[in-house]
Ligand binder design. Structure first.
Ligand SMILES: [Mn+2]
Length: 458
């Protein structure tokens, strides 16, 4: 059956959806009805969450926060979709399903780094291993199968191979494929309950859509989403951080309780995770950040989101009061008291953790419990760990944490508080300082990833 042709359905945050016919201005009333039928049809055919949302908003009109929360318990998907709608811009186009959006923004695991000739063979070899098939088409089929499994996922792995937000040494764009390969070496594959949705496709000159002119955004949309209608192209983000946030929104629309595990990328890649989690979750969560640095600048060289600023913005979203906890700090221009007083974060510096590891673990867990958060996003900058173990990273530092300490911390947080998300950031295989530094760093990173996945699945 042919679907009635209508224009786009916009969701208006306050006034409910406005359905506009292609020949808008001529038959508004008719267009509204056609729009409703179209939505019903799409709901029946595709479990289209966003269509469901639009139809629901037509019926329900404005709604209250308390009712949303009740709704979310009864109907997690519908409740969540409403949550997304409240925070999207009024022009958000609901024509594409979350699944369609993911298929546009993502590529098969290991394929988010854009290669033309150099690097293609290595990339293909990793992909064939991860998916257990050979050839581009078979890999693509497996990738789509993973997207179809999303609604049953307990943990969702998302690669964000972007290092445009990093400092003067780059190379973290190659981490997602290298860490995945190492995880497969150590564990033979993903644990049950994990779905790897692949990588955000990264254009290595871009970082975040807010930094781009309208002309650049349009040019990038035309280049990246050329097969789509213009209206759909214009609705999609183009830079890695913006795409990661939109991808996570879509993942939560399909699987509201799924827990993301992000493979960076430099540490700016943690920003979209916090941002999207903050939209999707009503219950309070905290961030435990393993890091040699504080990443607490409001901006760096005029740039709002990068590896040195993401924690500042995350802390703002969390609302301070010690909900951002930084562990392993040791390379900072200011003392601990400065950061804690200025931003309301809680820090456990590396020297404290080395002096009395058991006492520090107890103190961190006790502090997190006291803040009243219900769960933790465990954001693990590999440079929080001592450079003896991990020197394949942009800013390795001596005097850092021991891997066993970090693993024990994530285990305890998983057991005693619960994790809502996790990541591994700033692993940069090409820039190791010692001959076997890359292998050693990847080994630690894969151990961290498996321990974090365990804690997420607990
Ligand atoms: Mn960092």
């Amino acid at each position: 059956m042919a679907i009635p042709r209508v224009g786009r359905q916009h969701v208006k945050t306050r006034a409910g959806p406005r359905v506009v016919a292609r020949d808008a201005g001529r038959r508004h009333a008719e267009a509204r009805d056609v729009g409703r039928d179209d939505l019903r049809d799409r709901i029946a055919r595709r479990h289209d969450v966003e269509a469901l949302l639009a139809a629901h908003l037509i019926r329900a009109g404005k709604s209250h926060r308390a009712r949303n929360r009740r709704e979310e318990q009864k109907h997690p998907i519908r409740g969540h979709a409403r949550l997304v709608a409240r925070t999207q811009s009024p022009k958000y186009v609901v024509r594409m399903t979350p699944r369609d959006v993911l298929a546009q923004l993502l590529r098969p695991a290991g394929g988010g780094v854009y290669v033309v000739s150099t690097g293609t063979a290595e990339q293909r070899a990793v992909q064939e291993r991860l998916y257990g098939v050979s050839g581009e088409e078979a890999i693509r089929d497996r990738f789509h199968e993973q997207l179809d499994r999303l609604s049953d996922a307990r943990v969702v792995v998302l690669g964000i191979p972007s290092d445009v937000g990093a400092g003067y040494l780059r190379g973290a764009n190659l981490a997602p494929q290298a860490i995945r390969a190492k995880i497969f070496d150590q564990a033979g594959g993903w644990p049950a309950g994990v779905v790897d949705v692949g990588d955000v496709l990264v254009v290595p000159q871009l970082l975040e859509d807010g930094m781009l002119s309208q002309e650049q955004i349009r040019a990038s949309q035309d280049a990246q989403y050329g097969e789509l209608d213009e209206a759909d192209r214009r609705a999609l983000p183009v830079s890695p951080l913006s795409k990661a946030a939109r991808a996570l929104d879509a993942i939560f629309a399909i699987a509201p309780r799924a827990k993301p595990f992000a493979l960076g990328g430099d540490h700016s890649c943690a920003w979209p995770v916090v941002d999207s989690l903050h939209r999707a979750r009503t219950e309070p969560f905290g961030v435990v950040q393993i890091d040699a640095h504080t990443d607490l600048l409001a901006e760096r060289l005029g740039v709002r989101y990068c590896f040195a600023t993401w924690s500042y913005h995350a802390n703002k979203l969390l609302g301070g009061h010690g909900k951002l906890v930084q562990v392993g700090v040791r390379a900072s221009r200011h003392e601990r008291g400065h950061w804690e007083a200025m931003h309301g974060v809680r820090q456990f510096w590396a020297d404290e953790c080395l002096r009395d590891p058991a006492g520090a673990l107890d103190a961190i867990v006790a502090h997190v419990k006291k803040t009243g958060v219900r769960s933790i996003y465990f954001s693990n900058d590999i440079d929080g760990t001592d450079e003896r173990f991990v020197d394949a990273t942009g800013t390795p530092e001596p005097g850092g944490l021991e891997p066993d300490f970090v693993i024990e911390l994530v285990r305890r947080l998983g057991r005693e508080v619960g994790l809502v998300a996790g990541d591994i950031m700033e692993v940069a295989p090409p820039i190791a300082r010692t001959p076997d530094g890359a292998a050693r760093t990847l080994d630690v990173a894969a151990r961290y990833a498996l321990a974090t996945l365990d804690a997420l699945l607990a």
